[in-house]
Design a protein around this ligand. Structure first.
Ligand code: PMV
Length: 347
């Protein structure tokens, strides 16, 4: 009985929610359903080296970011290991070295938790596969999404693409609170290669973390209607996606973004993550849309950055507008061109 050792590498993308997940209860169960586009360029690449120990002991692992030892990441990973241990019982039998890097600048304000946690979950599944060689791809991906969810909720939507739903709703067949599922209905070609240009407005640490934000949805005065609205929006999205109704799509997506920030402004304590330049950009997008009739729309994460979404067919005009008018509002003129993607890959 030889001890197992080896290494595995996964790259996993970030994702951008159209209907937002905001509010959760233990253990990482969302209060409402969400749907996201998986991204393509913004990703985390993680190599997990594993070495089976002679005797089982406590968790043992080292973490490196861009080749540098990062002990600051250890508590987060330790918490993740504790949460998933009951589902991957081999964790304490190995020493792990986790080497990770992101394709996007760190502290860019782009959350690396979705791409990072999904990459790590996929690496753990590759180790599980050593013990369970028969497992199907479907099982592998579903369990990876399940584990990723326990690391960071939205991470469960990064394992696959291109449109992923997380959270049970009667409007999406097979949807689950426990893992992400591929959107099962027809999506019009208008949304093929849909573009996401991310304007980096503010690169600083957020004043209020997502964890705190989710928790402020407990006892939030508008919680019940917000959760209901997310279900309603998943229902409304169905004919929009089927017909290729980009106007309807933009309306729903922008409303979701502003509602997310509205929830932050109406919680107690209340807070604002948008910056003056976030609002400048939004107003300019609206003006440009009115002037040109082009299908440009925005969404926001829990931060100041603006994701600009648009169809591939309008890429030239819209990128021109971004470069000429919006880059001025970005920190150091930085922005990232991305588009809808198809999920993680083993490399
Ligand atoms: O996965 P978390 O806990 O970082 O929460 C992310 C929440 C939003 O990005 C604001 C919305 C979403 O659905 O991704």
């Amino acid at each position: 009985n030889t001890l197992k050792q080896g290494k595995v590498t996964w790259e996993s993308p970030s994702n951008i929610a159209l209907v937002k997940y905001w509010g959760k209860r233990d253990p990482q169960i969302p209060e409402n359903p969400s749907i996201s586009f998986t991204l393509s360029q913004c990703k985390t690449i993680t190599t997990l080296s594993y070495k089976q120990k002679e005797v089982t002991s406590d968790f043992s692992f080292d973490v490196f970011l861009d080749g540098e030892k990062k002990d600051a990441f250890k508590p987060k990973i330790e918490t993740f290991f504790k949460r998933v241990e009951q589902y991957v019982p081999f964790l304490k039998d190995f020493h792990f070295t986790i080497e990770t890097k992101n394709t996007f600048p760190h502290s860019s304000g782009i959350a690396s938790s979705a791409s990072g946690m999904s990459a790590l979950a996929l690496c753990l599944m590759s180790v599980e596969k050593l013990f369970n060689t028969e497992m199907s791809n479907t099982f592998f991906n579903q369990k990876a999404s399940f584990l990723a969810r326990l690391g960071s909720g939205s991470a469960c939507r990064s394992v696959e693409g291109d449109l992923i739903v997380w959270g049970h709703t009667k409007h999406v067949a097979e949807s689950s609170d426990l893992f992400g599922v591929k959107y099962p209905y027809t999506v019009h070609d208008n949304f093929k290669n849909y573009q996401d240009t991310i304007l980096l407005i503010d690169k600083g640490e957020k004043q209020v973390s997502s964890t705190v934000g989710h928790n402020l949805m407990h006892n939030h005065p508008y919680a019940a209607s917000r959760f209901q609205q997310a279900h309603d929006n998943l229902e409304k999205l169905k004919p929009i996606l089927e017909a290729g109704d980009i106007k309807g799509f933009i309306n729903l997506m922008e409303s979701e973004a502003l509602t997310l920030h509205g929830m932050m402004m109406t919680s107690n304590p209340y807070y604002i993550l948008m910056k003056p330049n976030t609002l400048e950009v939004i107003n300019r997008i609206w003006k440009f849309r009115e002037d040109t009739g082009l299908h440009i729309g925005f969404t926001l994460d829990a931060g100041a950055n603006v994701h600009i979404l648009y169809p591939e067919s309008e890429k030239v005009e819209i990128l021109n507008f971004i470069e000429n008018e919006l880059v001025a509002y970005c920190k150091n003129g930085e922005y990232i061109c991305d588009q809808i993607g198809f999920g993680a890959n083993q490399i």
